[in-house]
Design a protein around this ligand. Structure first.
Ligand SMILES: C[S@@+](CC[C@H](N)C(=O)[O-])C[C@H]1O[C@@H](n2cnc3c(N)ncnc32)[C@H](O)[C@@H]1O
Length: 224
């Protein structure tokens, strides 16, 4: 296992806890719940994606949005709190899925939330009028049986995702982040064009804190 993945894996073997998610000065998701072993959003690229969404709420305002691979639910909760019409939360992991529900209730956005447990887009109806897909996908591809499921993405996952998205929601924009130390295999800028998508880098950061330090991108992806 590479060093970065080893470091992350160790940090994800945690009990449930609460974290303050600082979106900006004065905008904090206080006591956000992180379930046992669920990806820690405040220490990962998740926090930068959440901040990107917070500062760019025009991309989801008044839309039905899909938080795919929702984990703790951080991305969807931010969108629900700051302008989305409705949020569909979906994850294949039962643990992440339960964690999302806890945070949705805690932050008072249950009324505009729906939950799905399944692989990628399989549970999301073509008729659900999804106006934006946000997918903080697994970046690392190292197959290791001790690594948490939330972090591992076999190279084929992004390809399956782009094919399903193209087939089911061809006119829906997609927002995805990427941590470049994970290499090119799951990088949307490298992989999405192979499926006919245009990729625009909306934000590039050199992250100096947390567990994923180094270059991070936030991409907007649309069918060409
Ligand atoms: C990097 S985590 C992101 C979690 C959360 N959205 C965030 O921003 O912190 C990736 C998530 O994708 C989920 N996931 C992995 N493979 C999946 C699949 N095939 N279908 C749906 N969700 C999947 C994992 O369970 C995990 O919750």
């Amino acid at each position: 296992m590479n060093h970065q993945l080893y470091k992350q894996t160790k940090h994800h073997q945690h009990e449930k806890y609460k974290a303050n998610i600082i979106l900006s000065q004065g905008h904090v998701l206080k006591d956000f719940k992180v379930g046992k072993g669920v990806l820690r959003p405040e220490k990962m690229t998740s926090i930068w994606l959440a901040r990107y969404l917070f500062f760019n709420n025009r991309v989801f305002a008044d839309k039905v949005v899909l938080d795919l691979g929702c984990g703790t639910g951080i991305q969807g909760v931010v969108m629900a709190l700051y302008g989305a019409k409705k949020v569909l939360f979906s994850d294949k992991s039962e643990v992440g899925f339960k964690n999302t529900k806890e945070n949705v209730k805690k932050f008072g956005v249950l009324g505009i939330s729906e939950f799905f447990c399944g692989d990628l887009l399989e549970k999301i109806s073509k008729d659900s009028d999804v106006g934006l897909i946000v997918f903080n996908h697994p970046f690392f591809s190292d197959p290791d049986e001790n690594a948490p499921e939330s972090m591992l993405g076999p190279g084929e996952l992004v390809h399956r995702f782009f094919e399903e998205a193209k087939e089911r929601f061809p006119s829906t924009p997609i927002v995805m982040p990427y941590y470049h130390k994970a290499g090119p295999i799951n990088d949307p800028a490298e992989q999405a064009p192979k499926h006919g998508y245009n990729v625009t880098e909306r934000l590039r950061l050199d992250v100096r804190t947390g567990l994923q330090r180094g270059p991070v991108s936030i991409y907007e992806i649309r069918l060409a």
